[in-house]
Write a protein that binds this ligand. Sequence first.
Ligand SMILES: Nc1ncnc2c1ncn2[C@@H]1O[C@H](COP(=O)(O)OP(=O)(O)OP(=O)(O)O)[C@@H](O)[C@H]1O
Ligand SMILES: [Mg+2]
Length: 209
Amino acid sequence: MHTIMLANPKGGSGKSTLAIHLASWFAQRDGIVCLGDLDRQQSSAQWLKRRPDALPRIRHWPSEDGMPGSAPRECNVGILDTPAGLHGKPLRQLLREADRVVVPVAPSRFDLAASRDFFDELAETKAVRKDKVSVAIVGMRVDPRTSATQQMIEFLAQFDLPLVTCIRSAQRYVQAVETGETLFDLKAAAVQSDLKQWQALLEWLVKRR
Ligand SMILES: Nc1ncnc2c1ncn2[C@@H]1O[C@H](COP(=O)(O)OP(=O)(O)OP(=O)(O)O)[C@@H](O)[C@H]1O
Ligand SMILES: [Mg+2]
């Protein structure tokens, strides 16, 4: 199974938003997808419960005490949403489960400062060093015209990790979640410019390593 983990110890950086979007994109693409939510807040697990039956199915990947259990047997894509504050041993254990890690980062000084230690910790992890896990960064709620975005790009350049895409801030992300949907479930014509921003991330995720 191809397992993608969303992680950033900073709360509210966009992990759950990315997790549900990636799950629904792979499900649309005929993947047999399971979504595991390791966060006690259960944001993405609750979203999955609201998901209408008529939409491409995403299976629930059960977990216990913040660790994933056995994935539903037939799945070929697993998405893991993780809690804020993840570091140390639980992070290392989870990195053994994943082959890709996507780190959402918002262009704010607080978020960048909180990410620094996490990037250092990731870089020191055996699985990442041995290239068993590939890591990419996604700018979340990014307005390219702002100096905060410029600062984010300069900050991220210090690390040997690709910034694969930037996603703008849009209310439709908040609204879609309410109804168990994502932007990938909406009419493409209505969300075309937003969907374009996902393209580079999706290509990175399906590219052979
Ligand atoms: N691109 C976006 N545009 C507008 N709102 C967004 C966007 N991405 C995320 N949000 C909103 O920001 C808030 C935080 O996002 P999300 O819950 O995905 O972060 P998180 O990293 O999972 O948070 P936590 O650490 O608390 O689990 C949510 O209300 C979400 O709807
Ligand atoms: Mg979350």
